[in-house]
Ligand binder design. Structure first.
Ligand SMILES: Cc1cc2nc3c(=O)[nH]c(=O)nc-3n(C[C@H](O)[C@H](O)[C@H](O)COP(=O)(O)OP(=O)(O)OC[C@H]3O[C@@H](n4cnc5c(N)ncnc54)[C@H](O)[C@@H]3O)c2cc1C
Length: 439
């Protein structure tokens, strides 16, 4: 528990250093003549907002050493929240200036304002558009692919225009050393984007996969079995996921994340992903032909098993069963007999993906299966409705805080289970989550 807290605090300190150091560097060396407090504060807020915005490229650059301690879903959540703070800082910068120096309001006239002010407007409006589209993407009926592309473009414009505005305004950046630092920093942020969009895809291009089998599963789900072509592939730990690119090459802007559903003990590099038909991309998966070339980027995620002594409680809702399948298949292949309880919520009996294989796995594992059906048939005698504290208490032996919990499913289910566990006295360090919706 202590190492967990220590590690997370260290990462936070590193993050704080990266966003605050560029600001404090401005105070080194010779300083321009001091101005009033509010002007200086507003400038500091602007610089801080830009530093936070720039570092966002690092958060989503899929560096394993950045995401591993937390898990991708937490990092994306942080990315979204922190961008609201960046927006607050960036907007506060001109607002304070307009209050203390009302004559600057004239700069709002985009046509007549000098370029150094226009650049500030371009940066701020891009950031506002970016945040509005991210917060209300679904309400605005924007497709994920369109939103993703415009998100990247707006982010680059906001950061580049922000830096150009600072450089053109001068003052602190009149010092060549400080100007070089901020330009270098911006280039570094943009190079992180190039890494994800160019370097990584080039690497993936040299390490393609081939679909060897397409399996129809219960619950409108299709499993793709993929083998590395001309390379040995990668090893993953059960519960992790990868980004799949189909049909277009690896340079396609939007890849789709899917958990590996196969055993991590498979030695020939083969990986399986089981995909439920939930939208335009996933609807086409069942039409994939064997022999299709695909690209995989992975493995990612911190949703993995450990602590062999503890009982493992796997709580899955719907297609959230895929990482659990990888976990139980791997345990079976390892001959690992730790007690496992799988609580599996789904619509009806016929749509429970992997139902038959789970029953068969009982013979190879110390596995207890609890199905929870939202729409049970008349003769169903098992659990009904949605997974809740009552069901957990009925099927798990106390003390509840001695087990390791793994939860994956729709957001509403995950929120309900997390609340239930907290009510049962299970500390957060004992449960692990994988959210299929980064939003
Ligand atoms: C870590 C992780 C693991 C996942 N594992 C599985 C799995 O094993 N099996 C499975 O069936 N599904 C899994 N999903 C969900 C799957 O990625 C989405 O259902 C799929 O990308 C939807 O694409 P679509 O175009 O068919 O649907 P759309 O209708 O375009 O999207 C539906 C929703 O899915 C999300 N989404 C869409 N595209 C992406 C994308 N490229 N990246 C991130 N989110 C996106 C958005 O929130 C969107 O609103 C996983 C998601 C995550 C984040």
């Amino acid at each position: 528990m202590l190492t967990f807290a220590l590690r997370n605090s260290l990462w936070l300190l590193v993050y704080l250093f990266f966003i605050s150091a560029p600001l404090f560097v401005l105070l080194l060396g010779s300083l321009p003549p001091a101005r009033d407090f509010w002007t200086e504060l507003s400038i500091a807020l602007g610089y801080s907002g830009l530093a936070i915005m720039g570092l966002q490229f690092g958060l989503i650059a899929r560096f394993r050493w950045v995401t591993k301690p937390w898990g991708e879903d937490i990092i994306y959540h942080f990315h979204r929240r922190i961008s609201l703070i960046a927006l607050g800082l960036v907007v506060a910068h001109p607002l304070i200036l307009f209050v203390v120096r009302p004559e600057l309001l004239a700069l709002l006239n985009f046509v007549e304002a000098p370029w150094r002010a226009r650049l500030a407007a371009i940066s701020t409006y891009s950031l506002i558009a970016l945040i509005v589209m991210a917060l209300w993407r679904v309400k605005l009926r924007l497709s994920y692919e369109f939103w993703h592309l415009t998100h990247i473009i707006l982010a680059v414009v906001a950061v580049a225009a922000g830096l150009l505005h600072m450089a053109a305004w001068g003052f602190y950046l009149n010092d060549p050393l400080k100007r070089a630092l901020w330009c270098g920093l911006t280039l570094f942020w943009l190079s992180l984007l190039l890494y994800v969009r160019l370097v990584k895809p080039l690497f993936m291009l040299r390490r393609p996969y081939r679909v060897t089998r397409v399996k129809a599963e219960r619950g409108d789900t299709t499993t793709l079995v993929m083998k590395p072509e001309g390379h040995t592939g990668f090893r993953f730990t059960p519960g992790q996921f990868g980004w799949l690119t189909l049909w277009n090459g690896p340079f396609k802007i939007t890849g789709h994340p899917f958990s590996f559903s196969s055993s991590a003990e498979v030695k020939d590099g083969r990986v399986e992903m089981s995909v439920r038909n939930l939208g335009d991309f996933t609807a086409k998966i069942s039409q994939v032909a064997a022999g299709q070339r695909v690209y995989l980027d992975g493995p990612y995620g911190a949703f993995t098993i450990g602590h062999p002594a503890d009982m493992h409680v796997l709580i899955a809702g719907g297609i959230g069963i895929t990482p659990m399948m990888s976990i139980v298949r791997t345990l079976a292949d390892r001959g690992d007999k730790r007690p496992v309880v799988l609580i599996y919520g789904g619509g009806d009996w016929d749509s429970l993906t992997f139902r038959e294989e789970l029953e068969a796995l009982r013979a190879r594992l110390d596995l207890t299966l609890v199905y929870v059906l939202a729409r049970p048939h008349d003769s169903w005698t098992g659990e009904k409705g949605f997974i809740n504290a009552g069901i957990l208490r009925r099927h798990l032996p106390p003390p509840f805080d001695m087990h390791e919990y793994f939860i994956c499913g729709p957001n509403v289910m995950m929120d309900a289970v997390e609340n239930a566990l907290s009510g049962m006295g299970v500390p957060m360090v004992k449960y692990h989550t994988e959210r299929y919706n980064f939003a």
